[in-house]
Design a protein around this ligand. Structure first.
Ligand SMILES: Cc1ncc(COP(=O)(O)O)c(C=O)c1O
Length: 443
């Protein structure tokens, strides 16, 4: 792009012109209008509620906030004096109650950032072993690599049918000093059996710390439909706050152990400086809101995921079964038919306004497949009827009945009838940003 125009104060410079930048803003705004009408079925994503997203549009987005102790002598960076207490007095207490953990760290900026903090804080020294879940069986793609980049030995163990392979775990724990088991699942239809892992650790290597990275399932854990790993023998847990948990893009860590909290805090201090203040305020609001809605939302996520899986299977889709209910999480996996392209199918759905996630490395599936998630559609009020209708739209798209599919999609039941967040219709509503959200969300 060229830059023919400048201003008096700032003469023309090579690069993108002001007119071109204005046009780009127009494109972003146009795409945002598209975004407001889509149904998003990507399991790694969710949506921040109108209330919780309020800080994201404020000046706090531009600010650092270090003074979480609110020490009157320590305002080295100004700006947080008025609302900084919301971290200590809203975010942390709400998350402590939800996670039933005395020590909560809201400083990680994402799930990966929380991962780094845990590996550095609890993963021992160079040369030590850290156990993680083999990515080919559902573990996060980056964990083993991150462990190796930090100079530790990555000991990958397989995960099948909701359980870590116990013999492989025993062998890993017996291979020299292993300070940490990092139980991480990126692709998972089953709730992991944390108690089993804790039991093997107790028998084989009692000094080893067990961390459960529940990035994908945090909303299910904090909403109470998955067991809290800390109740089952995990020492620490945490992960992303924007997958099943409907918060901003951030990370969080929980523990009931003061010494472990201190070690994570130290690693965090040297790996994260800005913890993204506006997002942290948003996380506090999202957590407080989740205390009102989270339990019902999490129950409905599970109901919707199972309904969607069964409805797709009934319409001839090759749904990968994750146990007797097809799925125990928000994820639903669909294998494509021979000769059918996941990319083409995804593009046809996207043209209609439905976004799905194509994954190339789902456990046990050699070819690209669909990894669907129902968190966002549930949060905004989608019910079993919505899931049945969406499955029917999928079937019509597969049959290339585009007009019928579009008609059905436009009339999709659900909408904002019963979203799992406060709206302007909620009792006592009136928070900034709540007005007009009815026009924003679908399904
Ligand atoms: C188990 C696990 N850990 C970490 C992450 C990374 O999270 P983020 O994308 O928030 O950095 C993911 C993302 O899928 C995950 O599944």
């Amino acid at each position: 792009m060229t830059s023919p125009h400048g201003t008096a104060a700032h003469p023309a410079a090579p690069g993108v012109s002001r007119a071109e930048l204005t046009a780009l803003i127009g494109e972003i705004e146009k795409e945002q209008r598209v975004n407001e009408a889509v149904v998003n079925l990507v399991p790694s994503e969710n949506r921040v509620s109108p209330l919780a997203s309020t800080p994201l549009r404020t000046d706090f987005y531009n600010r650092y906030f270090f003074n979480d102790a609110l020490d009157p002598e320590f305002w080295q960076f100004r700006g947080g004096e008025g609302v900084g207490r919301l971290e200590a007095e809203l975010a942390l207490p709400a998350l402590r109650r939800l996670g039933r953990a005395e020590y909560v760290n809201v400083r990680p900026v994402s799930g990966m950032s929380a991962m780094l903090v845990v590996l550095l804080g609890l993963g021992g020294d160079a040369g030590d072993g850290v156990v993680c879940v083999d990515a080919a069986t559902g573990g996060h793609y980056a964990t083993a690599r991150q462990i190796r980049m930090l100079g530790r030995r990555a000991l990958e163990v397989p995960f099948t049918e909701g359980r870590v392979e116990a013999d492989a775990l025993r062998r890993a724990l017996g291979s020299g000093r292993v300070p940490l088991v990092y139980l991480d699942l990126q692709n998972c239809l089953r709730e992991p059996d944390v108690a089993q892992v804790a039991e093997v650790i107790r028998e084989t290597s009692p000094e080893t710390v067990l961390h459960v990275d529940c990035s994908h399932t945090l909303g299910l854990v904090l909403g109470g439909v998955h067991a809290n790993p800390l109740d089952l023998g995990a020492d620490t847990m945490g992960g992303s706050t924007h997958k099943t948990f409907p918060g901003p893009q951030k990370g969080v860590l929980f523990t009931r152990d003061e010494a472990l909290a201190r070690r994570m805090r130290e690693a965090q201090f040297y790996t994260i400086s800005s913890h993204h203040f506006a997002e942290t305020l948003a996380l506090g609001l999202a957590a407080a809101e989740f205390e009102h809605f989270g339990a019902a939302y999490a129950r409905q996520v599970l109901v919707n995921a199972r309904t969607f899986a069964a409805a797709l299977r009934d319409r001839g889709f090759d749904v990968v079964p994750g146990g007797p209910h097809l799925t125990d999480t928000h994820q639903v996996w669909v294998r494509m038919a021979p000769g059918e392209s996941a990319g083409t199918f995804s593009a046809r759905l996207a043209a209609l306004g439905i976004r799905v996630n194509v994954q190339t490395e789902l456990p046990g599936i050699a070819e690209p497949a669909l990894r669907l998630g129902v968190s966002e559609v549930t949060l905004t009020g989608g019910t079993e009827r919505t899931m049945e209708a969406l499955a029917e739209v999928f079937a019509l798209v597969r049959a290339e009945e585009t007009t019928k599919a579009a008609e059905l999609f436009q009339g999709l039941p659900g909408g904002l009838a019963e979203p799992y967040f406060f709206t302007s219709r909620s009792e006592g509503a009136g928070f900034p940003g709540s007005a007009g959200e009815e026009g924003v969300f679908r399904g």
